[in-house]
Each structure stands twice: as C-alpha cells, then as structure tokens.
Ligand binder design. Structure first.
Ligand code: GLA
Length: 400
C-alpha cells in the first residue's frame, strides 16, 4: 500500500513539476526595468473608445515615445459592460464595435504592447463587472485577445485578502501560457511591497490615486482620504526603496505630465523624481495633441535612461533641508543620478556634497546636466545649482 502511495505521489510530481516550472517561467522575466507606457485613466476617465485608443497608440509611435522606450497602451476602467450567459466579460459594443482583439492587433502591429484593466472584487471602481469568481475565465479571455499587461484594481473587495487575490490572478494569468505583466492597484493599503514579489506581480501601487496638482489631498466622495498631489505622493515613497528590484517595482501612480494642472517646471520635476524613484513611467495625457514642452519632458532620453538603468535600484532622499532636497539613484556603472529639488515658492541654491552620495570628499567628478543635455565639467567636494521654485536640476555624478 505504502509503495502504491509513493508511486502515485511520484507520478503526480512528475506530471505537476513541468507544469509548475512552466508557469513559473511564463512571467518570470517580465519588467526587468520599470514598465513604460500610457494609460487612459488620468486624462479620459470612463470616456474610452477604440478610436481614441488607436489614435493614442499611433501618436505614441509618431511622437517618438516608442523610440525612447514607451510600449504599453493600457485601457483603464469602463471598457467592460456586463458578462454574457457563459460568464464571459463583454466589452462595450458601442465604444468598442470592432472588439478588443482587433484593437490589440492594431496596437501590436505598431510594435507596441496592449494592456487592460480589471478588479479583484465583484465590481470595478466604476462599478463595471470585476473578476471575482471569474479569474481563470477572464485570464483566458485576455490571453486570447492578446493582452500583455493587466492593471488589477481593489474596489468592492469587502473581506477579500489582498495577497491571496493577487496570487490567484497571477496563477490564472500564468496558466494561459502568455507572459502578462501584473500591475497591482491596491493603493498601498495592505503593504504590497512586503509580498508583491512573492505573488509574482511586476508592480504595486504604493499610494492612493494621483491628481494633476502639485500639492493636494482630496477626499473621496465617501469621505475616505485621499487622492494626492505630486509632493504628497513623493513623501510617501521615502523608505520604500529597498523593495524595488528588476522585475518588481513600487508604483507611486501614473504620470500627470501634460494634463494641464501643473506648470512645465512642475511637470519636469514630477518626471525627474519618478525617474529617480525607478517608478513605472505610464503617461496619462492626450498624446494626440501634446504640447512640445510636454513631449520633450516625456521623451528626454537621458532622464529615461536613469529610470531604465539595468541595476534597477530605486533612488532615495539623502538630504532634506526644509524645502530643499537631494534625491539620489545609484546606476549600474557606479555613477549617481542626482535630483536637486526645490519645493519652496522662491528659487534657491541647492548643493550636494560627495559624502551625501557615499563618496570621499577629495575626489573629482564629472557632472552632466540631463535637462540641459550638457557636460558641466569636473567638480571637487560637491556641486551646487540655482533651482527655480518647484523645479529640479538633474545631473549625473561620475567619479573620475
Ligand atoms: C482606482 C485606481 C485608479 C483608476 C480608477 C478606475 O481609483 O486607483 O488608478 O484605475 O480606480 O476606476
């Protein structure tokens, strides 16, 4: 009897091991650098349709964004209206008359990747059908459509356990055999940085929603706190840097660059800081009608290179003197990307000393300005710049 049991156990292992190994492989190497792309929510909310999305995908190519690394075109909430009699999720037939597959095909034909949105609960945040109880069915549907990225939200989840819910959708996605990035949108409440990697997600939200403001805390209609401005979100990232690594990223929410609620200086700061945070760079503006200033921000190849550096280290705040801050990101070649950040209402001189970066003071270093695209020469001990209000100077420091 014991022998038969052992034999059975071995047989089960022999069958299961390759399946498990294959599942593990499917999503194992995704997002080795922070994902870059575009998402409909920040600019369009529920006003999504296939024509707009095709236009955005085309603009991602024509604007040069694809060339500098943006690849995912993600539809957020409100594309779905109901389930059919077999439980399959149904896209809004008026807004997506050609169907999701044809939209995904269009995006793929441009050399881009396609993403979609659902929710771990019974309903999405905008009360469309969520995936609860339909995880495997939905995952199969997404794979059949050609989905490459799933943003999975956390509304209407009542007593669900976040870790278990995200692990379940990860398994369902992997079981399709298609590599699909999992973006967890649980707003940081259940400390996703502690377990996001273990459940195999590529990114997890560390905050509630961003709003297109420099500084704001806006209560939700139900009285809960809050959607936040850029600096409020920035402060919430302090201390999370050790949890990011290639394949697994803290997500301080998507970019607002170009959405009109901040100045160009503020958008440049927002983008620079998200770059140093190794944050996913998910644009959220209307790419079809972008101002050239916003395009220049979103496509600055030197700032993007800092974000996409292969070491995958998230930067941290090493100096805070009231309204002046220094943020530093260690790069693979040993250099440091540095953001001198002025939060105050007036311009001010901000300095970084080599020992703030962990370097001995006497060394000489080469400085390059990543917004002026200019080598500034070699400096000893440290470097200072005059930084405008709500602005940044962003440099790389390379020891000679
Ligand atoms: C939540 C998410 C947002 C967006 C909306 C959609 O608020 O945090 O990013 O996806 O839902 O309803």
């Amino acid at each position: 009897m014991k022998n038969i049991t052992n034999l059975l156990a071995t047989a089960v292992l022999l069958i299961a091991a390759p399946i498990l190994a294959q599942e593990a492989k499917v999503s194992a190497n995704l997002a080795r650098t922070p994902p870059m792309g575009w998402n409909s929510w920040n600019q369009f909310g529920c006003n999504v349709d296939e024509q707009m999305l095709r236009g955005i995908a085309k603009a991602m190519v024509d604007s040069g964004m694809k060339d500098v690394g943006y690849q995912y075109v993600v539809i957020d909430d409100c594309w779905q209206v109901r389930r059919d009699q077999n439980g399959n999720i149904v896209a809004d037939p008026e807004r997506f008359p050609s169907g999701i597959k044809s939209l995904a095909d269009y995006v793929h034909a441009l050399g881009l990747k396609f993403g979609i949105y659902s929710d771990a609960g019974s309903l999405t945040c905008k009360e469309r059908p969520g995936s609860l109880g339909h995880e495997y069915l939905d995952a199969r549907q997404y794979a059949a459509w050609g989905v490459d990225y799933l943003k999975y939200d956390w509304c209407h989840t009542t007593t669900q356990d976040a870790k278990a819910a995200y692990a379940l959708i990860r398994r369902a996605l992997d079981a399709t055999g298609r590599p699909i990035v999992l973006s967890m949108s649980e707003w940081g409440d259940p400390r996703p940085w502690d377990w996001g990697k273990e459940v195999g997600s590529q990114l997890w939200r560390t905050t509630d929603d961003i709003v297109d403001r420099w500084q704001a805390q806006i209560k939700w209609p139900n009285g809960n706190c809050c959607a936040y401005g850029v600096v409020d979100i920035l402060d919430q990232q302090v201390g999370l840097e050790s949890f990011a690594e290639p394949g697994h990223w803290n997500d301080p929410d998507m970019l607002e660059v170009g959405n009109g609620g901040m100045t160009t200086t503020e958008y440049r700061a927002h983008f620079s800081l998200w770059a140093v945070l190794a944050a996913p760079l998910i644009a959220g503006n209307d790419l079809r009608s972008m101002r050239s200033e916003d395009r220049e921000i979103l496509t600055n190849p030197e700032v993007i290179a800092v974000n996409q550096d292969a070491a995958g280290k998230q930067g941290s705040r090493v100096v805070k003197n009231g309204d002046s801050e220094v943020w530093v990101k260690e790069q693979k070649d040993g250099s440091r990307a540095v953001v001198l950040f002025n939060r105050s209402a007036a311009s001010q001189e901000i300095s970084v000393r080599w020992n703030d970066l962990g370097y001995p003071t006497h060394l000489r270093a080469e400085i390059r300005d990543l917004w002026q695209h200019k080598d500034l020469g070699t400096f000893e001990k440290g470097f200072s710049a005059r930084v405008e209000s709500h602005g940044v100077a962003m440099i790389t420091v390379k020891i000679l």
